[in-house]
Design a protein around this ligand. Structure first.
Ligand SMILES: *[C@@H]1O[C@H](CO)[C@@H](O)[C@H](O)[C@H]1NC(C)=O
Ligand SMILES: *[C@@H]1O[C@H](CO)[C@@H](O)[C@H](O)[C@H]1NC(C)=O
Ligand SMILES: *[C@@H]1O[C@H](CO)[C@@H](O)[C@H](O)[C@H]1NC(C)=O
Ligand SMILES: *[C@@H]1O[C@H](CO)[C@@H](O)[C@H](O)[C@H]1NC(C)=O
Ligand SMILES: *[C@@H]1O[C@H](CO)[C@@H](O)[C@H](O)[C@H]1NC(C)=O
Ligand SMILES: *[C@@H]1O[C@H](CO)[C@@H](O)[C@H](O)[C@H]1NC(C)=O
Ligand SMILES: *[C@@H]1O[C@H](CO)[C@@H](O)[C@H](O)[C@H]1NC(C)=O
Ligand SMILES: *[C@@H]1O[C@H](CO)[C@@H](O)[C@H](O)[C@H]1NC(C)=O
Ligand SMILES: *[C@@H]1O[C@H](CO)[C@@H](O)[C@H](O)[C@H]1NC(C)=O
Length: 565
């Protein structure tokens, strides 16, 4: 209601009270009929007959009309006057703003009693053309076919003066519509709008217009259906922290286009929720576009979750047109993730620790567990030797001494005496006079590993680079061994090779060695004999552990004994 309307209302109230006092003083027996009220457009004309009179008698002399704005005014009964009356009918022709007033007819019945017919006329200027303020109301129903009736005063003028009706929709002409009603079949959104009928009527040889409008509004039919959306069936527990705020959402779908009969509310332990300290509920209903789904949501806010709340049952109640439904929700303490995180970190840490341990002590572990997991193949193995040891006889005296020290003393003392392996070592184990070729081949076949001792090639570059086959000593002794061994290792892949490096490789690296051996070196780096270091000679030093790791799991002696015996 704008300021203009408010002012008008105040004016009306005061004027009515004055009017009453006037009429009372005039004729205390006068019966006042219900007041009628119309809003009309400036420039148009208005023909009024009190609603209880079906057919107006223009010659009833017992009717007298008055106008009241601030005081009572006489109204002319002269037909030529712009505003005049004729018996029971009032004519307001070519309306002007100043015609806004109360009009009343005093009727003196034959019984002598008085009846007061009153009408309020508000005249609006042309800028109100098409305004809803002047509308005679909405036509709003869910019928498929709709009828728009020309408003009553317009119909009356038209039937009284044989006027012509034309229809407009939103002030554009509807062609060939001259009836008092317009029918709309299968109404759609496009049919919505302001329907105006204008009656053009002739009176005293002049033509006048009277119009009236109605709004057509489509109303979609409501489809009722009740469903609780949240708390959903599968989420009837909600996690909460004690002491913190929580909002519980009770969301109910009531169907489509539902305007009434849709309610959601919270119950606590089966009792309807009432606002109290720390708890509050807000309810909101919304129709979603374009689905028209009507969803009502009740939010229960608990300012501070207390221990008691974890024991309570929170009920979400939905109420629709056809029935009710409810679901129950309980609160559950949030599991703290800190212990979980600590556990995870510990597991990770242990995992890393174990991985590091395994990496550094893999060989020790393998050696430790070896006796408990004997390889089945070793049982069938009938070899006589665990390893066949070959070496190169060096040219210089120092290296030769170091080599013979290692071969004759260190190697057997650890592998044979301490570990129980059986080795075939050249120079030590071959019986003089035996057929070398046959012996080497035989022994190689009887060995499970080929152990190659590599010595540095000191200053040999000046003598010869291909000393293996060229040297008269090694060509006979080492040369053939090598060939047979490498053949076994590389071609037949029966023998695993253990490479041990004595001293430094020198500037030449391994280029002086035969290609087959270089290939083996590239596959696995030789184990370096750490001659100088104190603990190296000890049988459980890192070096010997690595050697033992490469050696067969069970010494041949035991097997040989068991097979021989
Ligand atoms: C109204 O009409 C009555 C008689 O019909 C007359 O006595 C009176 O003076 C008139 N009043 C005005 C304001 O014209
Ligand atoms: C209606 O009244 C206005 C003045 O209020 C005038 O200018 C106009 O000509 C009148 N129209 C008719 C049709 O009498
Ligand atoms: C008007 O009143 C008179 C006397 O009260 C009565 O005779 C007459 O029939 C009435 N006229 C009409 C049209 O009612
Ligand atoms: C119509 O009346 C409104 C207020 O009632 C006013 O603001 C507007 O200027 C008027 N228009 C004309 C054309 O008189
Ligand atoms: C109504 O229409 C008829 C025929 O179209 C015409 O003769 C008559 O004059 C019209 N009446 C008015 C008041 O315009
Ligand atoms: C009556 O309304 C018609 C439009 O329907 C318009 O052409 C005509 O001028 C109006 N006549 C008067 C007297 O306002
Ligand atoms: C409540 O739940 C409904 C349905 O799951 C959802 O659409 C709505 O956004 C929720 N409201 C709040 C405030 O969480
Ligand atoms: C919804 O239900 C609650 C609890 O029953 C009630 O207080 C409230 O008035 C209802 N609201 C409507 C719109 O029916
Ligand atoms: C809640 O619903 C169950 C069935 O789902 C019904 O048995 C119970 O009576 C309902 N509670 C209330 C208070 O309506």
């Amino acid at each position: 209601m704008d300021a203009f309307q408010l002012l008008f209302l105040v004016a009306v109230v005061t004027s009515i009270s004055e009017w009453k006092s006037v009429s009372d003083s005039c004729n205390s027996q006068c019966k006042t009929m219900n007041e009628e009220s119309f809003r009309v457009l400036e420039g148009e004309s208005f023909f009024f007959v009190p609603y209880i009179i079906f057919k107006p008698n223009f010659n009833n002399k017992n009717f007298t009309w008055y106008k009241y704005v601030t005081q009572i005014q006489n109204i002319s009964s002269d037909k030529k006057a712009r505003v005049h009356y004729q018996g029971e009918a009032l004519f307001l022709l070519n309306l002007s703003i100043s015609d806004s007033a109360y009009y009343t007819a005093w009727e003196i019945k034959s019984s002598g009693r008085c009846v007061n017919h009153a009408v309020k006329i508000e005249v609006y200027n042309a800028s109100y053309k098409g305004s809803k303020m002047l509308s005679y109301g909405e036509i709003k129903n869910s019928d498929q076919s709709k009828t728009v009736n020309c408003p009553d005063p317009v119909q009356r003028a038209c039937s009284e003066f044989k006027g012509n009706i034309t229809w407009y929709k939103d002030y554009t002409l509807i062609k060939d519509q001259h009836e008092v009603k317009v029918r709309v079949h299968h109404a759609t959104k496009d049919h919505e709008g302001l329907y105006t009928c204008i009656c053009t009527w002739a009176y005293n040889n002049k033509v006048y217009n009277t119009s009236g409008s109605r709004e057509l509004v489509l109303q979609e039919t409501a489809m009722h259906h009740l469903e609780i959306l949240t708390p959903a069936d599968e989420s009837r527990e909600q996690f909460a922290d004690e002491g913190s705020e929580i909002k519980l959402n009770c969301s109910v779908l009531c169907g489509t286009n539902v305007k009434h009969d849709c309610n959601a509310s919270w119950y606590i332990n089966g009792i309807p929720f009432k606002n109290r300290d720390g708890y509050s509920q807000t309810t909101k209903i919304a129709i979603a576009e374009p689905s028209k789904n009507t969803i009502v949501t009740a939010i229960l806010t608990i300012k501070k979750v207390s221990a008691k709340d974890f024991q309570q049952k929170f009920g979400c109640f939905g109420e629709g047109y056809y029935g009710k439904d409810n679901t129950t929700l309980t609160l559950k303490r949030k599991e703290s993730i800190i212990p979980l995180a600590i556990g995870g970190v510990c597991v990770l840490f242990i995992g890393v620790f174990v991985a590091v341990l395994v990496k550094y002590f893999a060989i020790d572990l393998a050696l430790f567990f070896r006796p408990y997991f004997p390889l089945s193949s070793s049982n069938k193995d009938t070899s006589l030797y665990d390893a066949y040891v070959v070496y190169q006889t060096p040219m210089d005296k120092i290296t030769e001494d170091r080599l013979s020290q290692f071969i004759i003393q260190t190697l057997p003392s650890v592998l044979e005496d301490k570990c129980g392996y059986r080795l075939f070592i050249h120079g030590r184990d071959d019986i003089p006079g035996e057929d070398r070729l046959e012996l080497v081949e035989e022994c190689m076949n009887q060995s499970r590993r080929l152990m190659v001792i590599l010595t540095p090639d000191l200053g040999s570059g000046s003598v010869t680079t291909e000393r293996w086959p060229a040297s008269p000593q090694t060509s006979v002794m080492g040369g053939f061994d090598w060939q047979v061994g490498l053949h076994h290792a590389l071609v037949q892949r029966e023998l695993s090779v253990i490479l041990i490096q004595l001293g430094d490789t020198g500037p030449q690296q391994y280029t002086h060695l035969p290609p087959g051996l270089q290939h083996l070196i590239r596959k696995s780096a030789p184990l370096k004999w750490p001659e100088g270091s104190g603990g190296a000679a000890a049988w459980n030093s890192r070096f010997w552990k690595r050697v033992r790791y490469l050696m067969p799991a069970t010494p041949v002696k035991k097997c040989a004994q068991s097979t021989i015996v």
